[in-house]
Write a protein of this length. Structure first.
Length: 347
């Protein structure tokens, strides 16, 4: 996809387009922003522009030539892609980009380009490089060789080494507008407008996250999950939540969506407390429940719950915490929080 076809990121792409048209490209870019907002599309769009057989007058790729087609298919001999590899047991992807991948890249870049022109290196999920891998890449990033360009793509740029960040020109990708996401989800996922609107709110500006939610079994259990996790009568459904902890503990793939559902619910309660209208809520179909709960839970208690969610999510997804144990601990804290709130109201 050429850069001109990447939608919803005008501010991020305008500088790139000017650099292309004036032949003033930096040798290394860091495309930073949330999941599913067009960073990878733009990264390969820039690769097309650089490897196009006959670029347009503005420097963008034509999108139709052999060079552009091979980039789109990731088959161009002068396009090098670093990404997490498939695990040997076939169960998902490796947790990190391996140092051997960087060494293989360095060997390839030591030779002339196959077609005698530019070379482009795209590093997806660049934050998956551990310090050893990133340090191995550093010298190549500092001295890439003539007509060699790097595009690092990251949804967690803060996890990259400062030395890597300092060698790159950062391009910031923002969450996409809710209306735009809803429109795209309705088309891509063949969803009814009401469902697309709900998913767009949950997706936090990310088409990719919206599509993942549409395919997730958690969405069907959204209301039951919120009712169980935020039971004003003391979380009597803790048994069901314990079963959910066991299920999610076996399948970490749905954990980010689980945390997303609870996080957006508590944010909705904060929005109600701030006086925002129902149509600004993510779970706007649960507006009546949100209004009722918002008057029962103080703002600082909501803030505490959000911090609990954030710390548990970080410990599980970025650390080596046992998912089931940490989820059960989270639910216990929520139970205690609810009981404390009920006792305070009774007093």
């Amino acid at each position: 996809m050429p850069l001109r076809d990447v939608e919803g990121q005008y501010s991020a792409l305008e500088g790139l387009k000017r650099a292309l048209s004036h032949h003033r490209l930096h040798h290394a870019y860091l495309f930073a922003g949330p999941h599913g907002v067009g960073k990878a599309l733009a990264g390969f769009g820039l690769a097309q522009a650089l490897l196009c057989d006959g670029p347009r007058a503005d420097g963008d790729g034509c999108g139709a030539c052999k060079g552009c087609t091979r980039v789109a298919e990731r088959q161009h001999p002068d396009l090098h892609v670093l990404e997490r590899l498939e695990r040997a047991d076939g169960k998902g992807l490796e947790a990190q980009i391996k140092i051997d991948q960087v060494r293989q890249l360095q060997k390839a870049l030591a030779y002339k380009s196959f077609e005698g022109g530019r070379r482009v290196v795209v590093i997806e999920e660049a934050e998956a490089m551990n310090p050893s891998t990133a340090n191995a890449l550093l010298k190549t990033l500092e001295e890439p060789g003539e007509e060699t360009f790097f595009v690092l793509i990251s949804h967690a740029a803060h996890r990259l080494l400062p030395t890597i960040i300092s060698r790159c020109q950062r391009v910031r990708f923002s969450p996409l507008p809710r209306e735009f996401v809803a429109e795209k989800l309705a088309a891509l996922g063949e969803l009814a407008p009401a469902q697309a609107e709900l998913l767009a709110g949950l997706a936090e500006g990310s088409i990719g996250k919206g599509l993942a939610l549409a395919e997730s079994g958690l969405l069907a259990d959204r209301v039951a999950l919120i009712e169980a996790a935020d039971d004003p009568d003391g979380l009597q459904r803790i048994g069901a939540l314990s079963e959910l902890a066991d299920k999610l503990g076996r399948d970490k793939g749905e954990l980010p969506l689980f945390f997303l559902l609870l996080r957006t619910w508590y944010r909705d309660l904060m929005l109600v407390q701030a006086g925002l209208p129902d149509d600004r809520l993510v779970h706007h179909d649960l507006a009546a429940r949100a209004r009722a709960r918002a008057v029962q839970i103080p703002f600082d208690a909501l803030d505490h719950r959000l911090k609990l969610l954030a710390s548990t999510e970080r410990d599980i997804l970025q650390g080596n915490a046992n998912p089931r144990l940490f989820l059960e601990r989270l639910f216990v804290h929520l139970v205690d929080d609810a009981r404390a709130g009920r006792a305070g109201r009774a007093a």
